[in-house]
Design a protein around this ligand. Sequence first.
Ligand code: GLC
Length: 760
Amino acid sequence: MNYKFKKFPGRILEIEVKSSPEDTIYESGAVIAKPIAVVDRLSSFYFHNSRIERDEKIFTISCQKEKWAELKIMETSKGIRLIIEIEDGDGVFGLGEEVGPLNKRGRTYEFYNTDEPEHASTKTKLYSSFPMFMVLSPKKALGFFVDYPGYSKMDICHEEENKIIIDVAGQAFKLYLQGDTPDGITANFVELTGKPILLPIWMLGYQQSRWSYPDEKTVLSISREFRNRSIPCDVIYLDIDYMENFKVFTWDKKKFPDPKALLSKLRDMGFKVITIVDPGVKVEEGYELYEEAKEAGYFCTNSAGTPFEAYVWPGKSHFPDFYNARVRKWWGDKVSEFKAIGVAGIWNDMNEPSIFFTPELIEEIKTTVKNLSPDLGMLADFTINQIPYEKRYRDHGKKFFHKDDHGNVISNRQIHNIYGFNMTRATYEGLINHYKTERPVILTRSAYPGIQRYGILWTGDNASLWEQLYQEIQMLQSLAITGVNFTGSDVGGFGGDCNGELLVRWTQFGVFQPFFRNHSAIGTRNQEPWSFGEKYERIIKKFIELRYALLPYIYSALKEAHDTGQMIVNPLLYKWPEDEKTYEADDEYLFGPSLLVAPIYKANATGRTVYLPGMRWMNFFNGRIYEPGYHYIEAPLDSLPLFVAENSLLSMTEPSQYVEKAIWKGLKIIGFVTSNASICIYEDDGVSLKYLDKAFSRKRVEIWKTGDKLLARIHPEAGELKTSERKINFEIFDGTHTHVGEFIDKGEGGVVELEKKLKN
Ligand code: GLC
């Protein structure tokens, strides 16, 4: 083994691992931080509370002079193996978009981006790869990131109780070790791979999608329905049927005769439109995009050097080679041209890339079918069952090739996991280039670490099943650990039929997902908020309104993430790593700095047990105070367990039907304060990049107790944006009494004494 070591800011160590010095590292593009030092020989390196030492064959990791892990790196017939021996009870957290519990122990996970339509708990891979995790116990925390864009597999204490066995299917990669507190590891990882983009405010609104709203008439009627029923909504999605024969960057003129006029009509009603854009380019003579790319050699190739051919929505398709900078530039220009008619954002799908089949595969399947005979008995049955599997999940990566910027040919197998990442990057760079003052909005299904620099991720084709609702609660947190701040699941479930109760419970969870979109598959029951009758509609509306009421709080958390890498969603173990009960509590999480949310994810449930860690908590809905520990919380259908931390605040506003600006006409500060608390209110125009030139306002609101009085102070902290005169109302509970007050905010800040009321 050959090693090179680099030190990065934030106590991060890079170990470049190569079987032999000539082996090539395929750069993933995930890491953008610059090293501060190159170390020829590593004898030891200090993390926050651990230290690593190297002797001939192994790395030893210790904490307070006690060894707690051993790392061995060795060659195998298929690549390189890492074995990390950890201790009994160490938790392993992270790995991003994988099914299963928050603590990853006891399972095997694969990293090979795959269009997996069934998110069953047996599955080992999905659309994205985040080979990053942390090992955690009350006394230590250490992060690992295996930066390899091809196939890898991690056995996390499955085969052997305390061993993490990582197989990398290549001869060279980079390993990053990062030591800090658990939330510090994520913040460092974000430092390494880039800060999340700042999204426009309307992306925090409720969003409605379906595969598909197939024509202009349907899109308009759905939009009017929202406004007629006064259910807030900001974004409508157009799925694949808006295109002519699924050709990217085209419109089906029969179903959408005047897309520009439609988009402008919707804009007047307060809706933004996001359109799907898939990578597969239809092979069709005369189709401009196809002709242009073919001529310029922009498509991935097969081993003979001609464009690789496979079948997706448009039928026979070729795939742009996003690994190549020229192709990215070309694609970015095309997206920008397409956006010009008034599209607000781009939804990148099928970018693993998903391939239904290749002509060769069909031939193979035909041969398999031809050779089927009843005499094969069980084997025949087995073969029949294997066919759909083969068809869908075939590793086509060996069959096609990319060209790097220097003309070197690289097999997709080596860099498979960054196809979607580079497509998103191409889109982002194109949009930022052409729309210099606008914040780009890109949604992607396939990703790799660093994706937060370019776009946001949704978790793909889940199903309308209660167990998948639970799974999404876990996945949301695992993704946050790996730096994906802005993500969410299809609310209501994509595949299968939803029902009223499930939609209510999923919407309640959706309010506390950064990305809040209801989406469902073709052929399934409709699941717009009104689909299951008045009883459910009323509750769904109430919760969507709660989301809009919380926008000042959520937007400030979004900005905080953009500035510091502090995630919006945080597992409880981030704040209480010394409390091992938080390692299990993966069905609840912190949302922003002050809220703990424990969604209901069981059918017919009217409450659930919630673990409240470390401090006292106030029930958001009824003001009841809870001591730390386990509590059964009643939560009939129109409620969910939601708590405000002791000595913390929330900033809220009146809900609106949609949001254009992140400047609030009025604010309400609520909280649970027994000594003192503070919160930041960040505001700006909500859409542009002018905040970079100080066109924002950041104010701090502080509440503190003196004697039995509560005082509130507002003071401007930064920014040059002037907000107009407005009222800030206070409603703060101190454990026995509510204190209320009003402050007229003219911009310069001030102090107000709150009035004590008997709690009712
Ligand atoms: C994929 C996407 C899904 C979309 C469908 C049709 O399955 O994951 O969201 O609706 O394709 O475009």
